[in-house]
Design a protein around this ligand. Structure first.
Ligand code: FAD
Length: 412
């Protein structure tokens, strides 16, 4: 039992895990949260159901990390997805595994995950101070604690900075952690919204707003056609562009290139299992067999229904044109849109909508086992404030649990 004084800045997933881990090890822990309550963002996760982790094997889990895979090795092996599932079960909250091995509480309530964390903190004796914003770290060679927004100074042997990122700032994640880490001498890797939807330049796609296509292949390329993303999944059209889990994932891989190049080219294949030649053969057959019918009717025998009026209009084809009269060029254009619809990605939606922040405290300056600063003694980090991010599926919360656990462990 060390009995050290520990301060945790931020009552999100990572901060709460760090606090209860340190307190269960016998330290005197105070958690400082600027909101009126802890876990505001946690309550929003998984649409209020909390996709708490992913049940895949650890190597697969690490493969879903976009930035910081190697850094996470030790933390994730020390406190894994299975450890998190056990942690919840021991605390009376069973979990269930859904599609893509996503893990949710059986109750489907993020509030129950928060309740477990709060209960474990209470039992371990963590002092939780809500409505308490930290203004800065107290540093004179080593970290000695914090200065609060009201000017009060709190002393500590160890301070754990778990103030989150910049995404969805209404939850309290307003980037304070980056500012404090930078003031302590840390490098902040460029901050970008990630797991954010694509803004698409072509105005005609607005006509597809609200439409969902279940199985689309999406490829995104930068300059000289360098492929940045190639995936398959659901696409949702919105008033600004496209979204859905696959698009969010693509956003994470494209954020840096998009910032540099300002525009990327995307292609969508609505028939990923059908070669272009086969699709053309099928279309020709439909046109031949139904030559007297309207093109809108015949095209709907091939294409997903919501695409029909939009693609006909886009290509300047009258809906009442006889199918047999469709010019070759127009046929090729329609097939081109189905197999390789070309779109221009002009941006990502910003931090207000991004699920996470890419970039943060440089991992070169942090011990991957203890999350201790390699620059300032007495300072540790946990969660999204670090230059870590992953795809959707429970991986980002697992990063928070694993790094939070590491930061709260081994305090001597
Ligand atoms: C809508 C949405 C849904 C999501 N769903 C999922 C999901 O289902 N599964 C998944 O794995 N991931 C999900 N994520 C990502 C996940 O929520 C984050 O990865 C995770 O919350 C990061 O935890 P954290 O503790 O590092 O940061 P946060 O949860 O952001 O917590 C940081 C805390 O620090 C506090 N704070 C900030 N500055 C100060 C200060 N100066 N003084 C005191 N306190 C301060 C904040 O108020 C906040 O409470 C989702 C994200 C969003 C936005």
């Amino acid at each position: 039992m060390g009995g050290k004084k520990v301060l945790v800045i931020g009552g999100g997933a990572a901060g709460m895990m760090a606090a209860l881990t340190a307190a269960e090890a016998g330290h005197a822990v105070t958690l400082l949260e600027k909101n009126g309550k802890t876990g505001k963002k946690l309550l929003m996760t998984g649409n209020g159901r909390c996709n708490v982790t992913n049940a895949c094997d650890i190597e697969t889990l690490l493969d879903h990390v976009v930035s910081g895979r190697n850094f996470l090795y030790s933390a994730v092996y020390s406190f894994s997805n299975q450890d998190m599932i056990r942690f919840l079960a021991e605390s009376g909250l069973e979990t269930k595994v859904e599609d893509h091995l996503r893990v949710f509480p059986v109750t489907d309530r993020a509030a129950d995950v928060l309740r477990v964390l709060e209960e474990r903190m209470r039992r371990a004796g963590v002092r939780v101070r809500t409505g308490t914003a930290v203004r800065e770290l107290q540093i004179d060679g080593v970290c000695r604690g914090v200065v609060l927004g009201n000017g009060d100074r709190l002393e500590a042997d160890v301070t754990i900075l778990a103030a989150g990122g910049k995404s969805v700032p209404g939850t309290g994640s307003t980037g304070d952690g980056y500012r404090m880490a930078e003031a302590a001498g840390h490098t902040i890797r460029p901050l970008r919204p990630a797991l954010a939807p694509f803004v698409i330049r072509e105005g005609w796609i607005r006509e597809l707003q609200g439409r969902v296509f279940g199985d689309v292949r999406l490829t995104v390329a930068g300059d000289s056609r360098r492929k940045l993303y190639d995936g398959r999944g659901e696409v949702l059209f919105t008033h600004f562009g496209i979204s859905g889990p696959m698009v969010l994932a693509a956003g994470s891989y494209c954020a840096e290139a998009l910032e540099k190049l300002k525009e990327l080219s995307a292609r969508m294949d609505f028939f990923p299992d059908t070669p272009a030649a086969e699709l053309e053969k099928h279309f020709l057959q439909l046109l031949n067999e139904n030559g007297k019918k309207q093109i809108a009717t015949v095209f709907a025998m091939l294409a997903p229904k919501p695409l029909v009026p939009v693609l006909l209009k886009k290509n300047g084809i009258r809906e009442d044109l006889r199918a047999g009269e469709l010019p070759r060029g127009a046929r090729q254009a329609l097939l081109g849109d189905l197999k390789s619809m070309s779109l221009t990605v002009s941006g990502l939606r910003g931090f207000k909508e991004a699920m996470i922040t890419q970039g943060g405290v440089s991992l070169d300056e942090v011990d991957p086992v203890t999350m201790e600063s390699l620059l300032v003694k007495g300072l540790r980090f946990a969660g999204e404030v670090l230059d870590l991010d992953a795809l959707t599926g429970g991986y980002n919360l697992q990063i928070a649990w694993s790094t939070g656990h590491a930061a709260g462990s081994g305090i001597e």
